[in-house]
Each structure stands twice: as structure tokens, then as C-alpha cells.
Design a protein around this ligand. Structure first.
Ligand SMILES: Cc1ncc(COP(=O)(O)O)c(C=O)c1O
Length: 421
């Protein structure tokens, strides 16, 4: 054991070593046994990972994998990026946490960066995607309260997180089972169907909430027409348009927000702006942070006492996020996202009809390939051959790689797919 091992590493090793010495288990099996004994079994897990570098991760037996799942759209600069390490080290020596009863320069700076890239408004910081969506839902309720508006229209196949409001908003039954009664006031309609939204709207409607690109639901982008019609419809009715950009936002498509990419080349794009947008995942590159932006019209709905969270926007979380923004800017990663995303999509499209590929969808570095048969089984086979992708609803395997992924890494992934499927 190295003299530099962290307390966490030492603690984990003690558990693992105890289990290993009491049996003939390998390192992986011993770690899995500790999960079986001590960790709530709420996930179907596969590999035992011990370290990562860029797009590569290693398991407990030292096997290397190409990780194009990016921790489910989180590790936007890859694993162990020096800029994130530096921000964590330097900021943790200055100040890790200060409560939101005080000001801190970094929260203000990060809010400004997000506003500059989105539009006039203000930002609230929290810790996860589900919590950011809770904030959007509370915003809609509070904004509509005086008029008795509380219903929120969301889409089938959407995913908005695992809190009670999150699963109530989510348009997939599998996340709701066993948790009723759910939060009332959510109406689900087919995605990309403006007539369905029109029919669902009443004098009780407070908001419509959608993902720019449905992620967990199987990489389904909103169409430009749908976005524009939705904005016109909600504006006319005095209803908020909320966008969940937890997975598809923060540059994943090659634009800061997915709607900016979906609407590019559309003359009406300049007039499109949601009323509020939730963010998380890539915003922290692996360090937990969530946020929501609110456009000017509704930016002061929350006043002292109406919303809060202890850890929202700590100096440490904001330092990491600011460091990520600087890397994206200085290394021109928006351009890399587009180039590599276009390349990967084109190469996958060439494989359609062969290698068990039924369709390819998405944009930037948020791509999905639909396989004939079971996506979970396909993901397991790919893992055996050294490639990590993330399954989604509808037999989809998702590519959510870091923004600095290289052509060589994509070529290696394509080779593994050709060989495996
Ligand atoms: C679109 C979307 N919204 C919300 C969430 C929930 O985010 P978190 O897991 O950080 O709570 C996710 C997570 O996958 C997501 O993809």
C-alpha cells in the first residue's frame, strides 16, 4: 500500500482485504461481495473500476476499457483531467464550503458565465439534476400560484430524476412503480406533438417541461418546429416553458444548450428562449453540482425563505465548473464535439443494416445507436471486448464521451463494435 493512499482508499482496501483473506476471491469479487453485504442494491452494476485517465478506465484486475459512456454524460473532460484536479486542490486549500448565508466570488462568477451563454436572467445552484428539476417545478408552481395554475405538462419517455417530483414528472412508468401516490399535477403527452400539448393545456397549466434531447428515453431530439411552436404556444398562454438540459446541455451537442444546436440555421432561432433551464452532469465534470437558469421575467420569483439547499454552489463546486469552462474555451472543445460527433455519426450510419444496427440518432457527442435485440446484452458483449457504452430505453446504446475525445479513440470504438456486434 502506497504511503500516499487516501483514507478512502485505505478504508476500501481494509474491507476488500478482509473479504479476500477470508476467502479465495479475486479483488473484483471481493469488492462485489462488500457491495452485496453493505450497499443498497438499487443499481445493476457490472465492472469494478479502480482508476481512469482521459477516455480510459481500468478494472480491479488491471484490464483497460475505452469509456465512451462518460459516467452517463458527466465526465466531460474525461477522467482525472489535470484542470479539475488543480481546481480541487487549490480551492480546497482556500475554502471548500461556505453557507449560502454568505457571498462568495466564485458562485457569482459561475452564475455570470452561465447567464452570458444562455441569456439575461439569474442562476440558482444546487447539487444534482433531480434537484435542479425540483427547482424548475417549484418555480412553475410559485409563478402560477396566484392564478391557480399548478399543472405541468411533460412528455412520454422523458426522464427528470428520482425524487418524488422527478418521478412524477418523468414520462416512464418503470420509475414510478411502487411509489404512489405520486405528486399530483403532471400530465404526460407524446413528445414532438404540438397538438397533444394544445389539447392538454387548461387554465390550470403552469408550465410545459421537456428535454431538448430525450436521453434516458433513447436519444430523441426535439424537432425545430416543435420547439418554435411550443415557445409560441406557451408564451401566448402565459405558461412557462421549462427545459431539462441535465443530460443534453452544457455543450454536449456542440452548443451550450441543445436548443441552440437544434435551431441553428433557423431564422426564428434568435427569438427562442425557454423561461428556465436545469443543468447538472457535465457542469461539474464529475464533481456534484446542479443549477437552474431563470430568464429575467421570472428570475425574482424565489425570495429569501422560498427555496434553498445547504450545499448549493459551494466555492469548491464552482471552482471546478469554472475550470471546466476555461478548458472548453481555451481548447476549442465545442468544435471538437461537433467534428468528432459528426464523424462518429457518419461512421455508424455506414454500418446500418450490418452489425445489428437498426438506427443512429442524436447530435454532437450525444449519440445513440439502436440495436436489433437487447441493448443490455449488447452493452455486456461490448464491455467484454473493452468498450463501455450506456444502454437507454428502446434498445439504444448511448455514446456520451468526453468533449476531448480523439478520432483515434472513436476509431478504436468503431473497430470493437464491428468485431463484437
Ligand atoms: C434529463 C435528465 N434529467 C434529470 C436527471 C437526473 O439527474 P441526477 O441523476 O443528477 O439527479 C437525469 C439523469 O440521468 C437526466 O438525464
Amino acid at each position: 500500500m502506497s504511503g500516499h493512499a487516501s483514507p478512502a482508499t485505505l478504508a476500501l482496501s481494509r474491507t476488500t482485504e478482509t473479504i479476500m483473506t477470508q476467502s479465495t476471491l479475486s479483488a473484483s469479487e471481493a469488492i462485489k461481495t462488500s457491495y452485496e453485504q453493505y450497499v443498497v442494491p438499487s443499481y445493476a452494476r457490472s465492472l469494478v473500476l479502480t482508476r481512469g485517465q482521459g477516455c480510459r478506465v481500468w478494472d480491479a484486475e488491471g484490464r483497460e476499457y475505452l469509456d465512451l459512456g462518460g459516467g452517463i454524460a458527466v465526465n466531460c473532460l474525461g477522467h482525472s483531467h489535470p484542470a479539475i484536479t488543480r481546481a480541487l486542490l487549490e480551492q480546497s486549500q482556500r475554502m471548500v464550503h461556505c453557507s449560502n448565508l454568505f457571498y462568495n466570488e466564485l458562485q457569482g462568477s459561475l452564475a455570470r458565465e452561465l447567464v452570458d451563454r444562455t441569456g439575461p436572467g439569474k442562476v440558482f445552484f444546487c447539487n444534482s439534476g433531480a434537484e435542479a428539476n425540483e427547482g424548475l417545478i417549484k418555480l412553475a408552481r410559485k409563478a402560477g400560484h396566484a392564478q391557480g395554475r399548478f399543472e405541468i405538462i411533460t412528455a412520454f419517455n422523458s426522464f427528470h430524476g428520482r425524487t418524488m417530483a422527478g418521478i412524477s414528472a418523468t414520462g416512464q412508468d418503470k420509475v414510478k412503480q411502487g411509489f404512489d401516490p405520486l405528486l399530483p399535477g403532471f400530465i404526460h403527452v407524446p413528445f414532438n406533438d404540438i397538438e397533444a400539448v394544445k389539447s392538454a393545456m387548461t387554465e390550470r397549466t403552469a408550465a410545459v417541461m421537456i428535454e431538448g434531447i430525450q436521453g434516458e428515453g433513447g436519444i430523441t431530439p426535439a424537432t425545430p418546429e416543435y420547439l418554435l411552436q411550443l415557445r409560441a404556444l406557451t408564451k401566448e398562454a402565459g405558461v412557462l416553458l421549462l427545459m431539462d438540459a441535465v443530460q443534453c446541455g452544457f455543450f454536449r451537442t456542440g452548443c451550450f444548450q441543445s436548443y441552440q444546436r437544434i435551431l441553428e440555421n433557423k431564422p426564428e432561432a434568435a427569438g427562442f428562449k425557454p423561461d428556465a433551464i436545469s443543468m447538472a452532469k457535465s457542469l461539474g465534470g464529475g464533481f456534484p453540482i446542479g443549477a437552474f437558469w431563470i430568464g429575467t421575467e421570472w428570475a425574482d420569483v424565489f425570495q429569501p425563505g422560498s427555496h434553498g439547499t445547504t450545499y448549493g454552489g459551494t466555492p469548491l463546486a464552482c471552482a471546478v465548473s469554472l475550470a471546466i469552462l476555461e478548458v472548453i474555451r481555451s481548447e476549442g472543445l465545442e468544435d471538437n464535439i461537433r467534428r468528432q460527433g459528426d464523424y462518429l455519426k457518419t461512421e455508424l450510419e455506414k454500418m446500418l443494416g450490418q452489425h445489428g444496427l437498426e438506427s443512429v440518432r442524436g447530435m454532437g457527442l450525444m449519440l445513440g445507436m439502436q440495436v436489433f435485440g437487447d441493448a443490455m446484452a449488447a452493452a455486456a458483449k461490448l464491455r467484454e471486448n473493452g468498450l463501455i457504452l450506456v444502454p437507454a430505453t428502446g434498445n439504444i446504446l448511448r455514446f456520451l464521451p468526453p468533449y476531448n475525445v480523439s478520432r483515434e479513440e472513436l476509431d478504436q470504438a468503431l473497430e470493437i463494435i464491428r468485431k463484437t456486434l
